[in-house]
Design a protein around this ligand. Structure first.
Ligand code: ZN
Length: 329
């Protein structure tokens, strides 16, 4: 069974409060259809639906202080309760102690060692590699796990050749900020369909979306709402390709799906997992991370989902569930 892991940085399950929570303001018809009328709120989990399961999982892991990105992502990569072993949450980039956990035994290294194909689907611009090479920029936990597993990070050439996606899904950032006016432009549903087709080339693939954590730190409601509406469009694109024939969402709910026939939908052999490292964006009353539970949204075959989510209580349970799904099936 293939797994596509969509990692959303800094997304917790918060209150249905329009004053502070972008999820209470964003129009997310695809997510709502998937959750049969619910949204990504605390009160929505646990949910076991026809196409999706939503759990609230704990990123605090019994350790004082607010959860941080380096340790949270390293836990998602290894299944080890690193904050408990070290006695602290740490971020945003790994310190040497956290980095030590990412050398081997990660989601990427285990899947590669099992002879399976894995990739991080983000494309990185030249300035990112320049920063890494010059020592001015440190890898965050996920690219560190990827490169330590002997995999390479995708470049602008991969992005132009359609082998990877831009971090913002649409390519706007590349055209407007990164100096690539000819970069591929995609609507959100197109990016979702692309994400699906790339995911089908691997046994395990991950897409990292960090803009959500950034919007949370900036306490910017409008940009957070726009980001989540874009994400919903991407989700729509993924869903129209993922859900089995006869098991799809109402057509009207999936923007841009009119041209896709049931016959074109792929066999149901992809599990999509959406989760986060810690809360942040769901409460814009604070510029800090939160101690909220984070969503584990799992989309795909019902029996696979049931097995996948059975033991899932906190961040340590995500990596083992993924590698068992990818390696055993
Ligand atoms: Zn953060």
């Amino acid at each position: 069974m293939r797994v596509l892991f969509i990692f959303l940085d800094g997304i917790g399950l918060g209150e249905a409060n329009q004053g502070i929570n972008p999820f209470a303001n964003a129009r997310m018809p695809n997510l709502n259809a998937l959750l049969e009328g619910r949204s990504l709120f605390k009160e929505s989990a646990p949910f076991h639906g026809e196409h999706a399961t939503l759990l609230a999982i704990d990123p605090n892991l019994g350790v004082d202080g607010l959860p941080q990105s380096a340790t949270g992502q390293a836990v998602l990569m290894t299944g080890i309760n690193i904050p408990a072993e070290l006695g602290y949450h740490y971020g945003p980039k790994p310190n040497p102690e956290v980095a030590g956990y990412l050398k081997n035994g990660t989601l990427f290294s285990r899947i590669v060692e099992a002879g399976k194909k894995a990739a991080l689907l983000n494309a990185y611009p030249p300035r990112y590699f320049d920063g890494i090479d010059s020592g001015k920029r440190l890898y965050s936990s996920i690219p560190m796990a990827v490169t330590n597993a002997g995999l390479h990070l995708f470049t602008h050439e991969d992005f132009f050749a359609g082998r990877a996606l831009s971090a913002d899904f649409t390519g706007n950032g590349w055209r407007q900020m990164l100096g690539f006016p000819d970069a591929p432009a995609r609507s959100a549903p197109e990016a979702g369909r692309k994400l699906f087709s790339l995911a089908m080339e691997y046994d395990f693939s991950l897409f990292e979306y960090w803009a959500s954590d950034y919007a949370g730190h900036k306490q910017d409601m409008q940009s957070a709402v726009e980001l989540m509406e874009t994400f919903d469009g991407v989700l729509g694109g993924v869903l129209e390709m993922t859900l089995a024939p006869g098991a799809h969402l109402p057509r009207a709910q999936v923007p841009g799906s009119a041209g896709v026939n049931d016959e074109d939908r792929m066999a149901n052999d992809l599990l999509v997992v959406v989760t986060s490292d810690h809360g942040n964006m769901e409460d814009l009353s604070t510029r800090k991370h939160t101690d909220a539970m984070v969503p584990a949204l799992v989309i795909g075959d019902k029996s696979v989902r049931e097995r996948f989510t059975r033991e899932m209580k906190d961040l340590t349970h995500v990596a083992p569930a993924i590698w068992q799904t990818v390696i055993r099936n």
